[in-house]
Write a protein that binds this ligand. Sequence first.
Ligand code: AMP
Length: 118
Amino acid sequence: MYDPNNIFAKILRKELPATCVYEDDHVLAFKDIHPAAPIHVLVITKKAYSSFDDFSACANEQEIVLFWQGVYKTVQALRLSLQGYRLVTNIGTDGGQEVPHLHVHILAGKPLGTKVCV
Ligand code: AMP
């Protein structure tokens, strides 16, 4: 079940502040409050999906395409393609997901090595 009181739902409703770096009709991208890299941005869906797993099971093809296009448009807005970046999405308890609203971490700004945890 989706919890409409999660932190990212509150950011979408403008009940909490965020430093936005990209927005369109389908996604909002903003700076992570505890950055794990020089550039650490979260891209969230504007729809009520609790995780990548929920989204993949329940979203239609158009929603899936529009979300991932939003991730890439955020990458373009941040001009990350040349130097590279990492995408991470944590799912559920073992995945270490803290906020139950679909989001992708974009990490960049330095060589990130081979360890894949955020
Ligand atoms: P996850 O473990 O994948 O659910 O990651 C949640 C992320 O949200 C963490 O990296 C937090 O630092 C970040 N976060 C939590 N609250 C906020 C907030 N109010 N604004 C920006 N980022 C946040």
